[in-house]
Structures are given as C-alpha cells and as structure tokens.
Ligand binder design. Structure first.
Ligand code: DQA
Length: 146
C-alpha cells in the first residue's frame, strides 16, 4: 500500500467545535487535522485533508485519490452518508482501504441516520468515539499496512 491517506470531511464539518458541541465536541476541524498530521508524520505517512460542503467536490477528491496513488481514505461523509449513492459509487471505483468515521453514535440518533450508503463499501466503520474515531481509523490503516 502507498504511504498516503486522504482524510475527507463532508458538509458542516467545517463548523466543528461550534456546531452542536454537545453532540460533536469542542475540538475544531483544524485541531483534528493537526493531531492526525502529527501522528501520521511520526510514522512516516502523508495525510491529505479535504473538507467540502458540496457532494461533487467530495466525489472529485475521491477521483483524485484514485489517480494519485493514495492508499486509503478516511471519510466522514456527514449527512451525505445517508443520502449519497454518488459518493458510494465513487468509493466503489477506489481500490484502497476505506474507513467510515462518525463522531457521534449515529445508531443512537434519529432513524434516518441509521442507514449508510457508504457502509456498503467501507472496510470498517467507526461511530460514537468522538474525534478519537479518526485516530482509531488512522491506526487501523497504518497497522494493516505493516
Ligand atoms: C456525522 C453524523 C451524520 O448523521 C451527520 O449528518 C453529520 C456528522 C458524525 O460525524 O457523527 O453531519 O457524520
């Protein structure tokens, strides 16, 4: 596997830290990306981050990962988790490992959050660990490559 991982954050995650902190915590997206970057750097991995509020931009980022030798994708598709067949199709065209992360425990929340299109493709799904879920995903990818 290539030593490069795409961390892809979906809509509204740019508001992390201020958006419903009782559900999503008070860490910002920058805090999360920075901590992941530090950990990956120590282990000699390259991380690339993207956040978009637009479905097509998330799909374009997955296509880029497909073409530039990215070995794995950590994705929190946010609300697109529950609606986007197009993101599922893009991930199906990507050959590397895919880990789906949700900060909150989506299964404890409204029924419409219980279904994930992305889970049909994801190699692993993490929900409810707060932002630590991203770290669990990163560790899993790095360990699987060793
Ligand atoms: C989320 C859960 C989704 O249902 C929601 O739409 C989000 C964030 C999470 O990280 O817990 O925006 O993916």
């Amino acid at each position: 596997m290539q030593q490069k991982i795409l961390v892809l954050h979906g809509p509204n995650l740019n508001l992390l830290g201020t958006r419903q902190p009782e559900i999503y915590g008070d860490e910002t997206l920058q805090d999360v990306n920075h901590a992941l970057h530090e950990r990956a750097l120590l282990a000699g991995w390259e991380l690339v981050y993207r956040q978009s509020n637009h479905e097509g931009e998330l799909i374009d980022a997955i296509h880029t990962a497909r073409d530039d030798g990215t070995g794995a994708i950590i994705i929190n598709p946010a609300a697109y988790t529950h609606t986007s067949i197009a993101i599922l199709d893009a991930l199906n065209a990507f050959d590397g490992k895919v880990i789906e992360v949700h900060i909150s425990n989506v299964h404890q929340r409204e029924a419409f959050r219980h279904h994930s299109y992305v889970s049909l493709r994801a190699d692993g799904v993490i929900a409810g660990l707060g932002t630590q879920g991203y770290h669990a995903a990163l560790e899993a990818i790095m360990r699987a490559a060793n």
